[in-house]
Design a protein around this ligand. Structure first.
Ligand SMILES: Cc1cc2nc3c(=O)[nH]c(=O)nc-3n(C[C@H](O)[C@H](O)[C@H](O)COP(=O)(O)OP(=O)(O)OC[C@H]3O[C@@H](n4cnc5c(N)ncnc54)[C@H](O)[C@@H]3O)c2cc1C
Length: 446
């Protein structure tokens, strides 16, 4: 078995429980028998977190209940995000987290505190959780409401100065249980049900894919557009990304050196009026850019955005490698500096064989290398480690949304001092004394 990053593993036994009580009982048995146990959602993860290295596997596929209510939904962890989004939309409501990969399971997105494109306006998954039910290694099943505090002492850890972060446990003395379990990458408990906040859906949306001659104009546009009311998404494609996408989308203008994909929730039709001036001031290629207000056209743009990471992942895997990409975010004012560093470093080492794209509104870009040989892969890994150190030096995070899982677990110590990792380990030991759950995630085996 493998996840979307190409990380492989195997399980000695696979369980597909149909109830939370069953999950709790499997964990109790695993605890008694000292068997490592890993929980898997939809395997769209990019860090190997749900892929076991032996032991038992719990699949959440059968835990997919969904109840939509005014302002909230109650859902099982195996529910796919696309089904949740569609059901919410039928009642004119919005479940805001949208990690672009809508075949992800709800449980996987909670475990990774996933975010994606709309987090520019709405933040990551944690913010949308009203209550969680979770099963622990001692076989207990507990339900936590928002604002219910952890009932043991935790030492605080310093958090990066970014709008999103999901590297390790965000420990603080009076933290909510929900904020500890969410983002813990299946290492502390198995989420068996969640109560989610639903927001009123926007009446009207404007979407655009705006082409620029180069990064310089695109970066300036991002800074000046950030405060636009209702803007919920600011996504970036570099020249390499556009080159790759042209294989499927020949209508991408040949002159474009960068693009920004945006969505704005309109409070009135006149919200569209300032756009021609904005595009002109930003020195965008106004005539070649694309705009949409219909659902069908917006869906085309979404598919274009999603096609890119899919094409990257497919190319890398077809060449026989695992994904080799970054998930760093930096403080907003270091956005341009980080992008320039990516281009300088990767342009020298992998000319024409890397792409940079992603959530530029949050200063959170994914640089992906397309290795052609094992030597390339090894060199790429080294460079990514040095880029991680630079991101942290700028006040950033080594993981804004994908988590660290097994593949990236060594980055935890790039981000945090040993005493802070010890504080996380103490929490892990308290809730999973034999270190059986999600073994290898976050904390590399010694
Ligand atoms: C093309 C592509 C684009 C992507 N874009 C984004 C993006 O923009 N933003 C983003 O955030 N992510 C993105 N991802 C990554 C991925 O979709 C997310 O990490 C998602 O949260 C994984 O969900 P999953 O159900 O597939 O989890 P899995 O891969 O099955 O598991 C991921 C982790 O969650 C744990 N887990 C799963 N279920 C539970 C549970 N019930 N209780 C406790 N732990 C659990 C697993 O043990 C594992 O550690 C992308 C992936 C792909 C392939």
């Amino acid at each position: 078995m493998e996840d979307a990053s190409g990380f492989r593993g195997h399980a000695d036994r696979i369980f597909t429980p149909a109830s939370a009580v069953e999950v709790a009982s499997i964990l109790a048995q695993a605890g008694e028998q000292r068997v490592p146990v890993t929980v898997l959602g939809a395997a769209t993860g990019l860090t190997g977190g749900g892929i076991p290295q032996g032991g038992w596997l719990i699949s959440t596929a059968k835990l997919a209940r969904l109840e939509i209510l005014p302002g909230r939904a109650i859902a099982g962890p195996g529910l796919l995000l696309k089904d949740l989004h569609a059901a919410a939309a039928r009642t004119r409501q919005l479940y805001a987290p949208d990690p672009t990969e809508i075949t992800a399971s709800l449980g996987g997105t909670i475990a990774n505190n996933a975010s994606g494109s709309r987090s520019f306006r709405y933040g990551a998954t944690r913010r949308h959780l009203l209550a969680l039910e979770a099963a622990f290694m001692d076989g207990t099943l507990r339900r936590f409401q928002r604002a219910e505090k952890v009932d043991f002492d935790v030492s605080p850890i310093p958090l990066p100065n970014t709008t999103k972060n999901t590297a390790g446990y965000p420990l603080s003395p009076a933290m909510d249980w929900i904020d500890l379990i969410a983002g813990s990458e299946g290492t502390l408990a198995v989420v068996t049900e969640a109560e989610l906040q639903l927001l009123p859906a926007a009446e009207e949306l404007l979407a655009g894919v705006v082409f620029f001659p180069s990064d310089i104009e695109a970066l300036a546009a991002v800074d000046s557009w950030r405060p636009i009311p209702g803007l919920r998404m600011l996504e970036y494609f570099d020249r390499g990304s556009l080159n790759m996408l042209r294989a499927r989308y020949s209508e991408i203008p040949a002159s474009a050196g960068a693009a920004i994909f945006f969505e704005q929730e309109l409070s009135s039709p006149s919200d569209i009026d300032p756009w021609p001036d904005r595009l002109h001031q930003a020195r965008a290629d106004q005539n070649a850019s694309w705009f949409a207000v219909s659902d069908a056209d917006r869906e085309r743009f979404r598919l274009l955005r999603h096609a890119l990471p899919e094409m990257v992942n497919d190319t890398v895997r077809r060449n026989g490698f695992m994904k080799l990409g970054t998930d760093f975010a930096v403080p907003l004012h270091r956005n341009g500096e980080m992008l320039a560093l990516y281009h300088r470093t990767l342009g020298d080492a992998f000319p024409g064989r890397y792409v940079v794209f992603g959530h530029i509104g949050d200063a959170h870009l994914h640089a992906n290398i397309l290795p052609a040989s094992q030597a390339d892969f090894d060199r790429g890994r080294e460079l990514i480690l040095s880029l991680a150190r630079e991101a942290v030096r700028m006040g950033g995070t080594v993981s804004a949304e994908h988590g660290l899982g097994k593949r990236k677990a060594p980055l935890l110590e790039v981000q945090y001092a040993s005493e802070h990792i010890d504080a996380m380990r103490a929490v892990k030991s308290r809730l999973d004394p034999h270190w059986l759950l999600g073994r290898g995630n976050l904390f590399p085996p010694h």
